[in-house]
Design a binder for this molecule. Sequence first.
Ligand SMILES: Cc1ncc(COP(=O)(O)O)c(C=O)c1O
Length: 366
Amino acid sequence: MSLTVRPGIEQIVGYVPGEARSPANTRPLRLASNELPFGPSKAVKSAASAICAVANRYPDGGAVLLREQIGRLHRLEVDRVLAGSGSEELLQLVCRAFAKDGDEVLSSQYGFMMYPIIARSVGATPTFAEERDFHVDVRAMLAAVTPATRVVFLTNPANPAGTYVPRSDLELLIRELPSDVVLVIDEAYAEFVDAPDFASALPYAREASNVVVTRTFSKIFGLGGLRVGWAYAPREVVEAVNKIRLPFNVSAVGQAAAIAAMHEPDHVQRTRAYIRQAREWTSERLLKLGLQVAPSVTSFILVGFPTGCPGTAAEAVVDLRSSGILVRPLGAYGLHNHIRITIGAHSDMRRVAARLASYLKRAARK
Ligand SMILES: Cc1ncc(COP(=O)(O)O)c(C=O)c1O
């Protein structure tokens, strides 16, 4: 007799993380996973390493200090804050708590790759609403809701597009979505945004009975390696997730580092300003090379190779890799003419722009 994997799981095309190694260099330039180019501050490092002295002790399973600090920072009720091993864990747990075999889990055309994987993992069917020019179309999302839809995932701002849903559209989605559907608004990149008509869903979630907002310490706080995320959710959702999460899901090191990082608002502000400036510089450079760049409010850019361009996305990825630069190919999203480039240090951005320029020149001579 042989083992039988559950049908939903068999259908999953596994998540392919951004490349982290390159054949050419022992230390590649990693621009494929939306990581910050610099490590944590001294204070965060020392808070994290202090925990190693008591690593024999389990972490606080309720992550109380971490959740209290999140509550203070964002003015949220602490008993509605969940901590997770990265926000990804919370996305998964919410879906597991509310969707089952035969249900539908809706996201937008170029939503984060993990949503359909999570949907399949619980036996549900992933469904998608078309986007308009790399912008989420909330009207199309509402139209794609069926009686079988149990969970809707919205990434705001979006990955890999880097665009955002403006406040009025967010309000429309929250208002019009049936109240028996859980709306998960994934704000992994929200802290990078400074557009005036962007709104976090946190204040809306306070009043709504079906809205969950997820955030992470992996992006602007630069703690991706420590796996800390959080969610603000209705009490009913918190209760359900607490029943099924692992009892010690956030490591003690992660909790200590995240708490210390929240004490450094200036650091976050400097990071936001730096990323914005480097993103604008890079976008301008690549536009001058004849490439397309979607208007990003995040720590990465979606770069297109238009018709008539001498190069292709697939070849560019290979060429960049051969010089030790790793960017994200987007074939898994059906975006065969695009790549995603994470904003790194100034020198990284100069290097990737120069290499793309040289690649396009060589491609034009072919
Ligand atoms: C849109 C989006 N949501 C969630 C995550 C997961 O982040 P975390 O590290 O908190 O699990 C990512 C990571 O790349 C992301 O891009």
